[in-house]
Design a binder for this molecule. Structure first.
Ligand code: ADP
Ligand code: MG
Length: 703
């Protein structure tokens, strides 16, 4: 059977053998034919084009040359052993160098006036001259084929693979062997209907063309086919999970809006809701009243007012006789939520509790009891909420703030806190591009707050070089004189924690010198402090007792100090865009004009420059997220690390949004007419989906 063909262990392929098979497994996780076929070229080069030595410049990633070898030398010994061949065409000379397999190549390549070679490789410059390390080299003989296809795939390889002659050329050779097997067969995985709708190539043809394209048109078609297929199956899987969950999991029905909500809404609402807040609150309320179990993502830029929306819906849970909890990723943030919410509901007979890792056992015991006997209405906390002793009498709604900090398994734990799973509202403060949302949260319903509370002045963002620090200090003093507070943030990146910590401390000292006591009060908060100490410093800043808060990124998420109007970000070039945007969102929360100052050194990479320019240009988190996606790719963006769905082998969420939308629509349409994929023409789809599920964890039970 064909399915067996692609599952054939890789060592069965001629030219692989035990040793190379081992390397392929270790280096590329290639275990069978299918894995090998999914190692796609990362680029294509035109092998009919020959360059001249004189034409080589730094913009050429690969060159193909034709000429003679005029001199060879075996230099160095043992570990420094290398083979150097001087290549020449009618325009000039260049050196070809082999560090690996030096002996082998020294025997194979000899200077001979009659021999002409084709050389292919990546030129690099050294001492003003170009050379090519580890080129592909072929002696031109009467048997050298005239290349029919101009495009040749270039594959990623590794140093280890190259030593076993599995460089790009070696991999290509294996691919050729595999595709030429008489038994080669790739089973179709889409329905005839879909294939004809998009005028697609068959899967088998696409696999052949992606490795050995006949021409550019065929390559484009092959790419489209494989990208579409990859995205289509991810979407199909997500949508199917969603519909399975909806049919198998019953949700609590929050039928009414009662006193808790109405009393708050009519008498204690601190400000008029924005149109967007009203709209999403309604979406959530309707969902929780529908009989299905809600799994909803609430998206909204920093400062768009998600907390209030969460609270309103928590009150609806109370109105229906349920308890509710709000889980935040950090202690500071949990404290802040506890304070905000306690104040908002003060005097309304609502019991709010706080549970975090640093709470004493006695306090915990009391909370556990109040939760079990139903006295406590709202519990706010950190990961501590996930602990087994935390048991509710009747938990109806779980709100998770800053979702990306929690893993899938942790979310699953919340499900088990009631006999029937509670409604789940996930709040994400990291705006993400639509393509990414569709893929990461494709099985969730999404509500988006796309409007900021009124009266906010847009934050002014400025980029300053380190040498202008004195002027920045002067500006800070002006702001402090106006009664404002200031954040100064230093990067803290795991691997270099020690050095970053030193930067932070040096920074703190220089700030303390420039802003001497008692006129100025400076707080410091960082990850190596005890939670109580952090909290103490944070509280001093919140209360307005200190003017400047020097911090690492611990303040990145969620802290709300409306009087803080200046955010200074040190070494801003070391932060990613979404992080910069998050940090900036800590200011601009009050009525005053706020500022964000990005401090960098003069030395900025092109990416770094683009990041600074983007921050200066726009305050729109979604727009920033789009740039971020283009710069970093989906794998590195916030929230994606714990997600397996982003192991894309050919599609690119930054570039292939149109294909993704088409694939999602198609998946939706398909499920609406054949939810269980039982129609005969959809059999290929059903069987491919099944094989996918076999090789993956089953996420379907998790929100
Ligand atoms: P985020 O969406 O980042 O979690 P918050 O919920 O912390 O935002 O709200 C940010 C600030 O905006 C808070 O100070 C909050 O009190 C205020 N806020 C929220 N909704 C409104 C509104 N409708 N009108 C005015 N201010 C609001
Ligand atoms: Mg928030």
């Amino acid at each position: 059977m064909a399915a067996e063909f692609i599952n054939t262990p890789i060592e069965y392929l001629k030219g692989v053998g035990a040793h190379r098979a081992d390397l392929l497994k270790k280096e590329f996780q290639i275990f069978n034919y299918n894995d090998l076929l999914r190692l796609y070229p990362f680029r294509y080069v035109d092998r009919t084009k020959f360059y001249k030595v004189k034409e080589i410049n730094e913009t050429l990633a690969f060159v193909q040359l034709k000429g003679k070898i005029i001199k060879t030398q075996l230099l160095g010994e043992k570990r420094t052993l290398r083979f150097v061949a001087t290549f020449q065409d009618d325009t000039g000379k260049l050196e070809l160098i082999w560090f690996q397999g030096a002996k082998y190549f020294s025997e194979k390549i000899t200077p001979h006036i009659a021999n002409e070679y084709i050389v292919f490789g990546r030129p690099s410059e050294f001492n003003g001259k170009y050379n090519i390390a580890h080129p592909e080299i072929d002696l031109i003989t009467s048997e050298t084929p005239v290349l029919a296809s101009a495009l040749q795939g270039v594959y990623n390889s590794t140093a280890k693979l190259s030593t076993r002659f599995l460089d790009s050329k070696g991999i290509s050779k294996l691919m050729r062997t595999l595709i030429s097997l008489p038994s080669f067969k790739i089973e179709e995985c889409l329905s005839p209907e879909i294939i004809s709708r998009f005028a697609m190539m068959s899967k088998e043809e696409a696999v052949k063309q992606i490795h050995f394209p006949n021409n550019i048109e065929q390559l484009k078609k092959a790419e489209f086919r494989l990208k579409f297929e990859e995205l289509f199956f991810i979407q199909l899987k997500l949508l199917k999970q969603k519909s399975t969950r909806e049919t198998t999991t019953k949700g609590f029905i929050f039928a009414k809006v009662g006193n808790f909500f109405n009393n708050f809404y009519n008498h204690h609402l601190p400000f008029e809701l924005t149109g967007a807040q009203k709209r999403v609150t309604k979406e959530i309320r309707i969902d929780m009243g529908s009989g299905k179990q809600m799994n909803r993502l609430l998206q909204g830029d920093v400062g768009s007012g998600k907390t209030l929306v969460a609270l309103l819906n928590m009150l609806i849970a109370l109105d229906n006789g349920f308890q509710t909890c709000l889980m935040a990723p950090t202690e500071i943030l949990a404290n802040q939520h506890f304070q905000t919410i306690s104040e908002l509901v003060a005097g309304q007979n609502i019991v709010v509790g706080l549970l975090t890792g640093s709470k004493k056992q006695k306090h915990r015991k009391l909370i556990h009891e109040q939760l079990r006997n139903g006295e406590m209405h709202i519990l706010i906390g950190t990961h501590a909420l996930l602990e087994d002793e935390v048991q509710f009498k009747n938990l109806g709604l779980v709100v998770i703030d800053e979702q990306h900090r929690f893993g899938v398994a942790q979310r699953a734990k919340m499900w088990a806190k009631n006999t029937q799973p509670p409604h789940v509202l996930i709040m994400s403060a990291t705006p993400i591009p639509r393509t990414l949302a569709m893929t990461l949260y494709g099985d969730l319903d999404v509500s988006t707050i796309d409007e900021m509370p009124p009266g906010r002045k847009a934050i002014q963002t400025i980029h300053r070089f380190d040498s202008h620090r004195d002027r920045v200090f002067g500006f800070m003093k002006e702001q402090i004189a106006l009664g404002r507070q200031i954040y100064i943030v230093y990067p803290l990146i795991k691997e270099s924690e020690k050095m970053d910590y030193k930067d932070l401390m040096d920074g703190y000292e220089s700030i303390a010198r420039a802003f001497p006591m008692p006129q100025y009060q400076v707080s410091i908060v960082h990850g190596q402090m005890k939670p109580e100490a952090k909290d103490y410093e944070m509280q001093r800043f919140v209360k307005g007792e200190t003017h400047i808060m020097v911090a690492t990124t611990v303040i990145e998420v969620g802290v709300n100090v409306p009087n803080a109007s200046v955010m200074i970000i040190e070494s801003a070039e070391r932060f990613g865009l979404s992080q910069l945007h998050q940090l900036r969102g800590r200011v601009g929360r009050g009525a005053e004009q706020s500022y964000c100052v990005l401090m960098t050194s003069y030395k900025l990479s092109a990416d770094g420059k683009l990041r600074m320019d983007t921050m200066v240009r726009t305050n729109d988190g979604f727009e920033i997220a789009e740039v971020d996606l283009k710069l970093r790719g989906p794998g590195d963006m916030a929230g994606t690390t714990q997600s397996g769905v982003l192991d894309l082998s050919i599609a690119d969420l930054a570039k292939d949004s149109q294909i993704l939308f088409a694939a999602r629509n198609m998946a939706q349409e398909l499920l609406s007419v054949d939810a269980d994929l039982l129609q005969p023409e959809n059999a290929p789809i059903a069987s491919f989906l099944k094989s996918m599920n076999r090789s993956n964890t089953n996420w379907s039970k998790i929100s």
